[in-house]
Design a protein around this ligand. Sequence first.
Ligand SMILES: C[S@@+](CC[C@H](N)C(=O)[O-])C[C@H]1O[C@@H](n2cnc3c(N)ncnc32)[C@H](O)[C@@H]1O
Length: 325
Amino acid sequence: MNESTRTGQSGFARDVDKGLSSDPKFLSSKYFYDEEGSRLFQEIMKLPEYYLTRSEMEIFTDQAEEICSAFSPDGQPFDLIELGAGDGQKTAVLVEHLLGTDSSFRFVPIDISSDSIETLTDKFRSRFPELEIRPEVGDYFRTLETFKRSSPRRKVILFLGSNVGNFTEENAVGFFRHLRDVVNPEDRLLVGFDLHKNPATILNAYDDSLGVTAKFNLNLLTRINRELDADFDIAEFNHYAGYHPLERAARSFLISLRDQTVTIGALGKKFEFRKWEPVFMEISQKYDLAMIEGLAQKSGFEIVENFFDSNRFYLDSLWRPSDTR
Ligand SMILES: C[S@@+](CC[C@H](N)C(=O)[O-])C[C@H]1O[C@@H](n2cnc3c(N)ncnc32)[C@H](O)[C@@H]1O
């Protein structure tokens, strides 16, 4: 079964249609991760400019014990659920630690990309044969609906890699409120936030000197060509990234280099692009502590503990549902 079949090609087609019919045009970053997109993201994570993965890896490596013991302090069995798991390389550090303790848990990685889930599952099964793993391919917005019904066990939900940054602050509140509705008082949520810092450091992470991030963004056009029978000329679009220090937001765009018409066969439609017209691709919202406290509070959670890296570039924040909403 290919990616588009599993994730519902009609959903992909519908979202592309909606985004390219809007003014300004946009495409959803949740479709970045086909096989080539996942491969390119692995390259991005190794780039010297992309400090995010290294920072979160440092937190997990140095503070695995403190983090894992806060998941289920009373030793109750739990489901370790990861939303947007990707290749799970950082989560492997926590899983390895948990397997070395007497914790009783199973790992439920969820990702919209079947390529990511297949790779992660193969890697985890061979590295941790004793681990109970229940992979799921799907959109985590939909998976949330099944949470409450699925299991009475405690849930420890991981939302790592600054995935939360792909929401605006307002949408993040909506997402966490939704999550709040399906968790129980003893459940926990670990969220990875990229912190505001030197704007140049942030910008470089989204505009690397080797152009891998540019290829990663342009790959979505290649995916539309392949899966939706379109004729984007990739050479006629450029990647452009910016960071706005007041809004604490990095945004990336594809810029049309000339007036052009693109046909998307699966939609039976043509789309006009003006010279220099931007297509909005992704927001990467950065946070400071006050923003994170506000986000938790507005969403019906409270912070249990914050885990920083040594540079204070990045923060994994452990939340529990608060009594008041
Ligand atoms: C930036 S990567 C982070 C991967 C991993 N969490 C990490 O920290 O390295 C984002 C991942 O979230 C997945 N994703 C994005 N939107 C999603 C959605 N709505 N539902 C499920 N997965 C999603 C992508 O396929 C991708 O694997």
